[in-house]
Structures are given as structure tokens and as C-alpha cells.
Write a protein that binds this ligand. Structure first.
Ligand code: TRP
Length: 334
């Protein structure tokens, strides 16, 4: 608890491009969470180097991501958006938790097996202990809730196990976190294979709308979106392409499905797709403009980075000192 509010923590990787799916499915819903939770969003650059990165590119992507979150509407005064590498406590707690995590547990992590098979030339120890660092991220802030995708649930489960193990030895040190099950946004599917989720790693560039796609590209991708031969703008599972487009349209315009269906009654797919594309442009264009504006304002972004790193360090150090004392490290002499 911080100031009577529960704590929410999430980490995001600065690799790959955010998609419309990430925005409508997650980010858009996070904008109001700071009313209810004390929110920490960390750009997890320590995690990123578990696979080889080009340094200049990592630095740029991390800053772009942080800027993009602010451009998308996360108020950096109400949400602590910061770089993981600016808070040494992540690495320090991670080391301690390494000593309370079993090889057997880490061996069971499906993401490790997955990544190890993809990067056979660089199966480093960091890749193996990645989930421990993630546990440290979460426990460092005594987070109550963690919004995560399905692919990260196993890591969250491990975090809970490690927290409980530690607590059972030393008393109540860590808050045991829960997955955040809030109002979830629309699940946005691929524009090319509407049975699959829209993904930033899709090989077909027409399958996903990137947050940074320019208006022409957006419209073009919607024109090419896969539909069907029913010639009916109906909201039903038998027409997954049309259903997905309706979901996108409704989420972007805040209209109900009924309203949208009435609006497009008797219209052809061509007109409909164009309207969906335009609705998306009207949501993304202001974010892109704000991103461009903020990117130029180095002084402002730097001041946010500094302030938020200080805030994050303050809470991190509180937990860290408690943990260091529990495990038997001597007190710092000041
Ligand atoms: N592993 C997460 C991912 O790849 C990112 C992450 C790192 C994270 N630390 C976290 C997510 C803590 C939630 C909480 O998506």
C-alpha cells in the first residue's frame, strides 16, 4: 500500500513495435488505473540484454517506449514510468532471490525453453534466471497486482512461490502479488488471419497495425484486411474478419456494436473497411503527433526520467533494506 492505494507493477520490453492490439487491448485501459492504484511501469532494459542487443538501438528504443507511453496518455506525474537500469535495487534483490529459487523451478519455465531453442548460440545464465529478475521487479515494489499476458503467468506464479517461501522463513516481508484481472479491452485479432491475435512479431506486415504507422499505411492495411464472401456486416463468430473490424471500430469510436451495425447497414465491405481505417487514424494520429512533440522536448522527458527514477528508488530501497536485514547483511554505516 502506498498512500492508501494498492500497488500495481508492470514491466515492458523495449524490443519490437507496439501494435494497435497492445494499445486497444491494454494500454488504453491503463490510463485510468492510477486513480485506483499506485502504478509503476518499468522499461525493463535489464531483461532486454538476455538476448544480444545493439547498444545504441536499445537506448533509443527504450527512450521511445517511455515517451510513447506518455504520448498515449499515461500521466508521468501519476504513474511512475522509469528505466529498470536506473534502480539498482532490481539487480540487488534479484541476486538475493536467486538464492531462494530452485534450479528445478527455473527448468520448468516454458519461456526459457522456448527462447533457448531460438537463441542456441547464446543460452546465457541471465536468460535462465530472467524469471527471478522479474520476481524481484514485482516484489521490490510490494506490488499487489500485476497486469500480465498469458505468456507471463507462469513467471508470476513463480514470483508468488518465491515470495511465500521467503515469507515463511523470515515473516511477512513481501506482498504476494495477484495477476491483475481488470476491465480488459477488446481482443484485437490479425487483419490477415482473424483467428490469430494481432502480434508485433507477425511476419506479414499487413497483419498488424503499428502505433507508429502513418495514416496512408493504416488505410492501406485496412483495405487489405481479410473478410469473407457473406456480403453482410454482421457481428458473429462465423465472420471473424468482419467481427474483428467491428470490434476495432467500436473501441476506437466508443460506439456500441448495435450503433455500428445500424450505421453500416446496407453498406459494402469497401466503405466499411475505409471507415474502420479512418477511425483508427483518428485515434493514433494524435498519439503520434504528441510523440513527435515530446521526443523533441529533451528537457521535459529528462526531468520525468529523473523524477521518476528518484521515486522508484525511494520505494525500492525501503524494501531492499528490509530484505538485507532479514537475510543477515550488516547495517550500512552512515
Ligand atoms: N517479462 C515481461 C515480458 O516479457 C516483462 C516484465 C519484466 C514484467 N518484469 C516484469 C512484466 C514485471 C510484469 C511485471 O512481457
Amino acid at each position: 500500500m502506498i498512500d492508501g492505494k494498492k500497488v500495481l507493477f508492470s514491466g515492458m520490453q523495449a524490443t519490437g513495435n507496439l501494435t494497435l492490439g497492445n494499445y486497444l487491448g491494454a494500454l488504453k485501459n491503463w490510463l485510468t488505473l492510477s486513480d485506483e492504484y499506485e502504478c509503476f511501469y518499468s522499461v525493463v532494459d535489464l531483461h532486454s540484454i538476455t538476448v544480444r542487443q545493439e547498444p545504441a538501438q536499445l537506448r533509443k528504443r527504450a527512450r521511445d517506449l517511455l515517451t510513447l507511453y506518455i504520448a498515449a496518455g499515461l500521466d508521468p506525474k501519476k504513474n511512475c514510468i522509469y528505466y529498470q537500469s536506473h534502480v539498482a535495487g532490481h539487480a540487488q534483490l534479484s541476486w538475493i532471490l536467486n538464492c531462494y529459487t530452485y534450479m528445478g523451478e527455473l527448468n520448468r519455465m516454458t519461456q526459457f525453453k522456448d527462447k533457448a531453442s531460438k537463441h542456441t548460440d547464446n543460452i546465457n545464465a541471465g536468460l535462465f534466471t530472467y524469471p527471478v529478475l522479474m520476481a524481484a521487479d514485482i516484489l521490490l515494489f510490494q506490488a499487489d497486482v500485476v497486469p500480465v499476458g498469458k505468456d507471463q503467468l507462469q513467471h508470476l506464479e513463480l514470483t508468488r512461490d518465491v515470495a511465500q517461501r521467503f515469507n515463511s522463513i523470515y515473516g511477512d516481508v513481501f506482498t504476494v502479488p495477484e495477476p491483475y484481472i481488470g476491465k480488459t479491452g477488446a481482443k484485437i485479432m490479425s487483419l490477415q488471419e482473424p483467428s490469430k491475435k494481432m502480434s508485433k512479431s507477425d511476419e506479414n506486415p499487413n497483419a498488424s497495425i503499428l502505433l507508429m504507422d502513418d495514416p496512408d499505411t493504416i488505410i492501406r492495411k485496412f483495405k487489405r484486411a481479410v473478410t469473407d464472401s457473406e456480403a453482410c456486416i454482421c457481428y458473429r463468430d462465423e465472420q471473424p474478419g468482419i467481427k474483428n473490424l467491428l470490434d476495432i471500430y467500436c473501441t476506437c469510436t466508443n460506439k456500441t456494436v448495435e450503433e455500428a451495425l445500424r450505421e453500416f447497414e446496407g453498406k459494402g465491405y469497401g466503405d466499411f473497411k475505409l471507415a474502420v481505417g479512418e477511425a483508427v487514424v483518428s485515434v493514433l494520429k494524435p498519439i503520434q503527433d504528441e510523440f513527435a512533440r515530446l521526443s523533441k522536448d529533451k528537457v521535459y522527458i529528462d526531468s520525468i526520467i529523473k523524477e521518476n527514477a528518484e521515486k522508484a528508488n525511494y520505494y525500492a530501497n525501503k524494501t531492499l533494506r528490509k530484505v538485507q536485514k532479514k537475510v543477515g547483511f550488516p547495517e550500512q554505516i552512515r
